[in-house]
Ligand binder design. Structure first.
Ligand code: GMT
Length: 374
C-alpha cells in the first residue's frame, strides 16, 4: 500500500505514535509518505519505503495568522496525485482531518478517489476540539472521515459525549516497540544526578496545565521528606516558569533538575526509579507506557485512558487527580526497598509488553484494507 501519514512533527504523543506506526508499516513493505511541516522527531533517518514531504508555510504581510491548513491541503493534493497514494491517515483531528477532507474533495473533481482515516489522540477532543471555536469543523470532519479510530475506550467515550458523531469509532491503543527500549547501562548518567544512590524520580511532559506539573513537585517534596531522592523534569512549556518558582518555594531546588526538551527520551528515562504523571486527563498516557517498557514503575492519576494502560498495584499506582498525599504514599510503597522496587519494575515491564506493536499493527492494516475495499 502507499500510505500518506499526516501528523505533528514535534515531541508529543500523537507525532511519536504516527511516526513509529509509519516506520513499522514501511518495515512491512508498505510505502509511507510523511506529510508535515518539519521532519518528525522520531524520524531521524529516512529508510527504505519512507519519504518525507515538507509543508512549506510562507509568510505574507497580510496574514496575521498564516493559513497552515490551506498549504497542507495543497500539499496533500500534490502528494496523493504524484505519489499515487492509496489512502491518507491523519493523526490529531485539528486541522489534519479537515485538510484531508478538503484535499479529498479537490481530488474527487479530478477523478481521484482518496479515502482518509482520522485517529483521535486526546486534546483534539477533550480540550481544544470541544471548544466552540473548533467544534463544528471537528464534528464535520470526523463524520466525513472514511474511518475513525481513538487511542482508548476513554477517548472514544469522550468523543461520543462531546460530539454528534455518526461513524463507528474503532479503538486501537497506542503501542511500544520493545526493541527500541533495550536496557543500556546508564549508571554514569544516573550518578551525575544522584551521586549518593538517591532514588531518581522523573516527570516528562509539555508542561501544559493539563499535566499538573505542580503536583509532581508537591509529591516529590513529600517523598523527599521520607527518603533521599532527586527529581528530574524533562520537557518544557507554559508551566515551567511557575514550576521553577514553586520548587524554590518548597525548598527542593537543590534536588530538582529541569532538563528542558530532550529528543531521545529512552536514553534518559532509563535512569529513573519512578515516573510521575499526575495529569488532569490523559487520553492514553504514552509517556507512562514508555516509562513502563523501560522498567520504570509509574505513579499516575485515575484519569482518562490511564486505567487502560496501567495495572493498579502492579505497574505502579493511580490516585485521584490532585491527591498528592496518596501519590507520595504510593511512591514510597514502591521505593521503600530494592526488593519492592524490583517487583514493580518487573510488573511495569510485563504490563507494557501487552502493548507490543506486533499486536497493534495488524489492526491498522486490517482497517486500511477495509477502507480500501469500501
Ligand atoms: O495533548 C497532549 O498532551 C499532546 C497529545 C499529542 O498530540 O501528543 O497527547 C495526546 O495523545 C497522546 C498519543 O496518543 C496520548 O498518549 C496522550 O495521553 C494525549 N494527551 C492527553 O490526552 C492530554
Amino acid at each position: 500500500m502507499r500510505i500518506g501519514i499526516v501528523c505533528y512533527p514535534t515531541i508529543g504523543g500523537s507525532g511519536v505514535v504516527a511516526t513509529e506506526l509509519g516506520k513499522a508499516l514501511a518495515d512491512k513493505g508498505h510505502q509511507v509518505h510523511f506529510i508535515t511541516y518539519d521532519q518528525p522527531v522520531r524520524l531521524s533517518e529516512l529508510g527504505k519505503n519512507i519519504f518525507y514531504h515538507e509543508v512549506m508555510v510562507s509568510q505574507y504581510p497580510l496574514f496575521q495568522y498564516t493559513p497552515y491548513e490551506l498549504v497542507l491541503t495543497s500539499k496533500l493534493v500534490d502528494v496523493v496525485k504524484h505519489e499515487k497514494l492509496d489512502l491518507l491517515h491523519v493523526h490529531y483531528a485539528i486541522p489534519h482531518a479537515s485538510a484531508a477532507y478538503m484535499a479529498q474533495q479537490i481530488l474527487k473533481q479530478q477523478g481521484i478517489n482518496i479515502p482518509f482515516i482520522t485517529t483521535l489522540h486526546g486534546t483534539d477532543i477533550t480540550l481544544v476540539g470541544k471548544d466552540p471555536s473548533f467544534e463544528p469543523v471537528i464534528t464535520f470532519s470526523i463524520n466525513n472521515s472514511n474511518a475513525v479510530t481513538a487511542v482508548s475506550e476513554s477517548l472514544k467515550g469522550d468523543t461520543l459525549k462531546n460530539f454528534d458523531v455518526e461513524p463507528e469509532i474503532q479503538v486501537i491503543p497506542n503501542f511500544i516497540c520493545p526493541e527500541w527500549h533495550q536496557v543500556i547501562d546508564n549508571s554514569e548518567l544516573k550518578e551525575t544526578y544522584a551521586p549518593n544512590g538517591e532514588r531518581v524520580i522523573m516527570h516528562m511532559s509539555n508542561f501544559r496545565p493539563v499535566k499538573r506539573v505542580h503536583d509532581v513537585l508537591k509529591t516529590f517534596a513529600l517523598i523527599r521528606e521520607k527518603i533521599p531522592a532527586k527529581m528530574i523534569l524533562v520537557g518544557d512549556g507554559p508551566d515551567r516558569f511557575s514550576a521553577e518558582k514553586m520548587c524554590r518555594e518548597l525548598g527542593t531546588c537543590q534536588d530538582t533538575f529541569f532538563l528542558g526538551k530532550v529528543k531521545d527520551v529512552e536514553e534518559v528515562i532509563d535512569i529513573a526509579d519512578l515516573f510521575v504523571l499526575p495529569s488532569q486527563t490523559e487520553s492514553f498516557g504514552l509517556a507512562a507506557l514508555e516509562a513502563m517498557i523501560s522498567r520504570v514503575p509509574v505513579i499516575a492519576t485515575n484519569a482518562g485512558g490511564l486505567p487502560e494502560v496501567m495495572e493498579q498495584g502492579v505497574s505502579g499506582f493511580m490516585s485521584e487527580v490532585g491527591d498528592v498525599n496518596d501519590m507520595a504514599k504510593n511512591a514510597l510503597k514502591i521505593l521503600k526497598d530494592d526488593e519492592s522496587l524490583e517487583q514493580f519494575r518487573a510488573g511495569a515491564f510485563k504490563q507494557a509488553n501487552k502493548f507490543d506493536i506486533k499486536n497493534i499493527l495488524p489492526h491498522y492494516e486490517n482497517l486500511y484494507n477495509n477502507v480500501l475495499s469500501q
